[in-house]
Each structure stands twice: as C-alpha cells, then as structure tokens.
Design a protein around this ligand. Sequence first.
Ligand code: BG6
Length: 299
Amino acid sequence: MSASLHELNRRFGIPRVLRFSAGEGGLWRAEVTTEHCTAELYRHGAQLTRWWPTGHDEVLWLSQQARFLYDKAIRGGVPVCFPWFADNRPAHDPDGPAHGYARITTWQFTDAKQHDDRRVTLSLRTDIDPFELRYDVTFGPSLEMSLTVTNASSAPAHFESALHTYFVVSQIKQVHVTGLEHARYLDTVGGESRPMQQDGEPIRFDAETDRTYESDAATRLVDPGLQRIITIEKTNSQSTVVWNPWDRKAKAMGDFGDDEWPGMLCVESGNIEPNAIALEPGASHAMRVVIGVESIGAD
Ligand code: BG6
C-alpha cells in the first residue's frame, strides 16, 4: 500500500529543499529547490519533468500538450524506457506498450538525502518482472541519473533501456551534436532500419531524425541561440538515440503541440539492440548519465 503525501513528506521531505505534492492530473511529484538547481520528478514513470541549474534556463523540454494520466507516458522530461525500446517488444508480450512498462508504472520513493555539498539524491524503485529497478537521481549543478537493474529471477534475462532525455533548444536547425562523428547508426525514419555511418561531421538537423547510434561516447548539444552547451556523459551505455519528429510526425501525436518540434531535441542514453543487456540470475547492471550545462559566448 502506498504512503500518503503527508507520510512521504514526513519520511523524506527536507524543509525548503524537497517536498512532495500533487502535481498535474493529481499525480504525485517531488519538487526540489536548492542553491544548485530547481527540479521536479513525478512518481508516475519516475519521470523527471524539470531541471535547470541556478543561473540557467530550463534544460528539460516538456510539451504543453503533455498528458498526466496513469496509463499514459508524460511527453517530455526524461521518460525511462524499459524493458524494451520503442517497438522492440519481446515475442511473449506482443501487445506491450511502446518503450516498455517503466514510464507508465507507478514507482515508489524509497529514500532522499542531502549531501554535504548540498546536492540532493532521490531514490525510487519498482518491479517489472523479472527485474527489480532502482533509480537514483542526484540534483545539483549537474543532473545525475543512475538506473540499476537486477535480475530477480532464477533464469537468465535480457532487457533494453533508455533514459529518453528531451532537451529545450533555441531552434532545431541551428543546433548541433558533437561526439558521434564516426559512429555507426541505424536510421529508423520511415519505420525501416538502415545501417549508416556518421560522415565525420557533427549531427545537424534539417528533417525528421530518428537514429540509434552505437556509441558509449559523451556528447555535447551545442546551442548558440541559447548560448549554452548541454553535456551528456554516460557510463555503461552503448547506445545513443537522437530524435526530432519534425512537423508531420509532431502533428500526428496527440500529446505534442503542432508547433513545438523546432524547440526540442532528444539525445537519449541507453542500451538498445544490438546492445541489449543480458543478466544472469541475481546479477545487476547500472547505467549512469550525467547532464551538465556550460555557457558559451554569443558569437
Ligand atoms: C524515440 C524513438 O526515442 O521516441 C522514436 O526513437 C519515437 O522512434 C519516439 O517516435 C517517441 O516515442 P513515443 O512512444 O514516446 O511516442
């Protein structure tokens, strides 16, 4: 049985720093305000919806049309994709939801603590058979997300995962992503998977983009319009997905404003076929992603 909001605040609340409240649609959320940053995380899907370091603008993109319903994923922030990515459903679950169950599951808050340097770590857990998931999010001048998956069954099991980070950008046609200049990728625009290789240049955007890169490299989202670089560092992640739906696909989504696509870009860290993770009984896998923001000059 889940605790009440009052009980959550009593157990894990930190005066003036962390409080639990009913957010959009009455769904429970944690609100974090420290000298380092401002953030919000929903219990539904363990989904981050806001984070910005003090002195910067919002980093996480959230659609104005996002729905906050128990059976829907929230459009924006950081959905947790698990135990499969996109439509890669396993044969035994042909009708399962896109991107798996984690983002439409009600997680439990299990711990919260403030560190000596004033960063705050919030921990959540859930079970998605045959796995136990633990998600630790540390709110500071950077945003650290750590997803630990344990095979709780007596048989080997495998999974895909992604921390599906949506970022605010000034204008999609004027930003670029570095770090994947020579990486191989699958181009999945149009529903097919075409093997490709990046041409030695940063990724730039002039059409619908939906690519799964095979790479464990750190990336940088360079945005001259917002005069900032979003840095994405990761550990135990062999896949990076880069996605913008562009106009036609944005219009086809009921929870995505028709004119919002130029202002967002997803750069997602995960482990996606052919880099799915196999776990022996009792074994664990921890993927860690750290998001930071650097200011750049106007020119
Ligand atoms: C991306 C996928 O990660 O998520 C895209 O690469 C997909 O193919 C997008 O369209 C959004 O998925 P959903 O299920 O949230 O609409």
